[in-house]
Design a protein around this ligand. Structure first.
Ligand code: ATP
Ligand code: ATP
Ligand code: MG
Ligand code: MG
Ligand code: MG
Ligand code: MG
Ligand code: MG
Length: 278
């Protein structure tokens, strides 16, 4: 737009660049999904189709945004981690958040018929909110990831017991809630086992651990991978040469994106995949 008497309005825009050299986490969350889950009769406590749809949308987001290092999903939420050297949109928060949210939502709707072939979507359509938070250290970032996975575990143990009491125990929601008030994890495990013959440990990993989405470099070219070299070549100083940045970007966009249901609280996961945090 050429200069005009109206152009001054641009000055009202607030700068929102996220702190440089920090890990950016963008968490999105389904809006009103309690109602949404009822409308489309999600199985309780866990509808696997709904979780796999979330994962498919997250994979698509990661494919379109190679700056994302790893993502973690549970229930109706997903956290996307942008590498601390990310310079996409000059790190402008609203640009990053809105792009992630709209890309995710678009793919969620796009893939819906694949996972729910017999339940066509009708308004109100699914939508997601989003926020960005910067974590200045790897320790903070890993604590963030642990926080989400612990949340997944606590909620899933509660929900599994709650719904067993209702579906198999035949009691009402209020009564089930009453029954679980003040119980510890061990109490819930005991209720599941002694009253319903459910060994919580044998529940599917996707329910217990959530979903971790990341680029698996080792599987790009089988047999030729050297993890140490790979990690070194991906280690980036804050000021990275343009050609190196381009190379990394190309490498990232070529890597296979995988979804696993694994422990990300113990250091083992990160130690075995040094390229994720380098
Ligand atoms: P808000 O708009 O504030 O986020 P919400 O209703 O989405 O409200 P959440 O705390 O995000 O509240 O909870 C998500 C809801 O969606 C829960 O009720 C959860 O049981 C349901 N839900 C999400 N995914 C699944 C799934 N795969 N299977 C069954 N229920 C699900
Ligand atoms: P960015 O991602 O930075 O926004 P962009 O390519 O979307 O890049 P814009 O400045 O948003 O750039 O410009 C929108 C582009 O889309 C322009 O090239 C415009 O001509 C084109 N475009 C948008 N709507 C129409 C339309 N209805 N008919 C023809 N062209 C359109
Ligand atoms: Mg435009
Ligand atoms: Mg919410
Ligand atoms: Mg929600
Ligand atoms: Mg939620
Ligand atoms: Mg545009």
């Amino acid at each position: 737009m050429a200069n005009s008497q109206y152009e001054y309005v641009k000055q009202f825009e607030q700068p929102d660049r996220l702190l440089p050299n920090t890990w950016i986490v963008i968490r999105i969350d389904g809006r009103g999904f309690t109602k949404f889950a009822n409308k489309y009769r999600f199985e309780k406590p866990n509808d696997r189709r709904a979780l796999e749809l979330m994962n498919a949308a997250a994979k698509a987001v990661m494919t379109e945004l190679p700056d994302i290092t790893i993502a973690y999903g549970v229930s109706d939420e997903y956290s996307f981690v942008f590498h601390k050297t990310c310079s996409l949109f000059d790190r402008r928060s609203s640009k990053l958040v809105s792009t992630v949210v709209s890309t995710f939502t678009a793919y969620y709707v796009h893939f819906w018929p694949t996972y729910f072939p017999n339940s066509p979507l009708s308004p109100p359509l699914p939508s997601f909110d989003g926020r960005a938070v910067c974590y200045p250290s790897v320790e903070n970032l890993l604590d963030y990831m642990s926080w989400r996975q612990v949340d997944c575990h606590i909620n899933n143990l509660y929900n599994t017991t709650f719904w067993a009491l209702i579906q198999q125990g035949g009691i009402g929601a209020t009564e089930a809630e009453e029954r679980l008030k003040g119980t510890l994890a061990s109490d819930k495990n005991e209720i599941l086992f002694s009253e319903f013959g459910i060994n919580y440990n044998n529940e599917p990993e996707i329910y217990k651990k959530g979903s971790v989405v990341f680029r698996d470099y080792e599987l790009v070219e089988p047999g030729t991978h050297n993890p140490t070299v790979e990690a070194d070549s991906l280690a980036k100083p804050v000021q990275q040469s343009k050609s190196q940045a381009e190379k990394d970007k190309k490498r990232r966009s070529k890597a296979r994106i995988v979804v696993e249901h694994v422990d990300i609280i113990k250091p083992d996961f990160w130690e075995r995949r040094p390229w994720l945090l380098s």
